[in-house]
Design a binder for this molecule. Structure first.
Ligand code: DSN
Length: 446
């Protein structure tokens, strides 16, 4: 039986029981299903998983405790989940050309936390991309444990270009001599010079971590610079461009012994991978989510396929068309365009805040998020910007011609803030555009 495909109905094997036994939750899932199906999803960190990824997450694997690693568990009965987790690790290593991976982190923030707890002591200096320029909370923000426990310092973009000047970042690394440097962002639409950052890190004995959560799918398929050899450690979420279940992973291109002079309390030399494995469990997490790990394994296999390469190509094309169409309509894009799936739009030239833009687009069933722009004069709750990404809509089969239509709808909505009847009419146009597009556009595993 076809599940959601082309129909928008529920996957019966998962939801009929909920329908019969918990109508309150069922009704709410149904409402959310309609919201996702009817609308245009432009949140850059979201995507639509395949039916097989969804099924794995709803499977009986959730019943199993499996603290430890495959072959080295603290519970009996792990012989099957050991094979699942091993497959996930092997597929991930193949996808990114990694030599070591841990697939247990529950999220990207947990993956980063494990790296910090493996190699840093409270008070150590770290250097990350400024949250207000497009960075991530877990890279040293004062409201996050990474900013509370460590001496967090930041690099940003240039005011004139909206670009990171990697020569300046290298000089900052040399001056600051941090213990850990983080390359990665939530809202930066250009590529990263990992090699330049690594050279500076090597000069001061710093560790370089790439958090590739947003562009990981594009990196896996060779559409962006590859951090695997340049960075000591790579973390990513699995649910953004990678189109897997919500979760995180940690990878390395090269494992080595006695990293950065780090020894255990008894003075025993360890490999970097051992330290990282221990930092995930028991360091910062308990039992792994084997149902999610199975879903990760399925998503990694999908990402190894040629269909996924085509999907990534289309994501990138759709993003570049969206950026140039927005520019044609007089919007300002930070850095003037995009190399990846995302873009950050500075709305100050249109005299509308990010908060209002998010709400107005929401009325027209276009989902986005307000976002600070570099050197923003508004608070994080208001903001001057809005962020778009094309990962999710491309999964639903939106092509470049439709992107042109979508930008027309976005502009029409933003120019009609406060006009409820007009916004409702635009919402209907959005619904008509999306109605034939299934939530599960993923081809079968290739
Ligand atoms: N910061 C979120 C985002 O990029 O949407 C993810 O953690």
């Amino acid at each position: 039986m076809l599940l959601f495909k082309n129909s928008g109905i529920f996957a019966p094997h998962i939801l009929t029981t909920i329908m019969n036994r918990d109508s309150q939750i069922f009704d709410l899932i149904k409402q959310e299903n309609k919201r996702q199906l009817d609308g245009i999803e432009l949140i850059a960190s979201e995507n639509f998983v395949s039916e097989q990824v969804m099924e794995a997450m709803g499977s009986i694997l959730t019943n199993k405790y499996a603290e430890g690693l495959p072959g080295k568990r603290y519970y009996g009965g792990c012989e099957v989940v050991d094979q699942i987790e091993t497959l996930a690790i092997d597929r991930l290593k193949e996808l990114f050309g990694a030599t070591w991976a841990n697939v247990q982190p529950h999220s990207g923030a947990q993956a980063n936390m494990a790296v910090f707890s493996a190699f840093l002591n409270p008070g150590d200096k770290i250097l990350g991309f400024d949250l207000s320029h497009g960075g991530h909370l877990s890279h040293g923000s004062p409201v996050n444990v990474s900013g509370k426990w460590f001496d967090a310092n930041f690099y940003g973009v240039e005011k004139e270009t909206g670009l990171i000047d990697f020569d300046k970042v290298a000089n900052q690394i040399l001056d600051l001599k941090p213990k850990l440097v983080i390359a990665g962002a939530s809202a930066y639409s250009r590529d990263w010079d990992y090699a330049k950052m690594r050279k500076a890190c090597d000069q001061v004995g710093a560790m370089l971590l790439a958090d590739i959560s947003h562009p990981s799918g594009l990196i896996a398929k060779g559409f962006l610079n590859d951090p695997m050899q340049e960075c000591h450690i790579i973390t990513t979420t699995t649910h953004k461009t990678l189109r897997g279940p919500r979760g995180g992973v940690i990878m390395m291109g090269n494992d080595f012994e006695n990293p950065f002079g780090l020894k255990t309390m008894k003075g025993v030399t360890k490999k970097m991978s051992q330290v990282l494995d221990g930092a995930v469990f028991p360091g910062t997490q308990g039992g792994p989510l084997e149902h999610v790990i199975a879903a990760k394994a399925i998503a990694f296999q999908e990402a190894l396929s040629d269909d996924y390469t085509d999907y990534m190509k289309q994501v990138k094309l759709n993003a570049s068309v969206m950026a140039s169409e927005m520019i044609k309509k007089g919007y300002s894009i930070i850095s003037g365009g995009t190399d990846n799936h995302s873009m950050l739009i500075d709305l100050r030239s249109k005299d509308i805040s990010g908060k209002v833009a998010e709400a107005v687009l929401g009325q027209a069933h276009i989902t986005t998020n307000k976002n600070m722009v570099p050197f923003d004069d508004k608070s994080p709750f208001v903001t001057s910007g809005i962020r778009f990404g094309t990962g999710a809509i491309t999964s639903r089969g939106v092509n470049a011609n439709e992107i042109v239509e979508i930008v027309d709808l976005i502009d029409e909505a933003l120019m009609n803030a406060g006009n409820d009847s007009k916004l409702s009419a635009i919402g209907q146009k959005v619904n008509s555009l999306m109605v034939g597009k299934p939530l599960f556009a993923t081809p079968v595993i290739g």
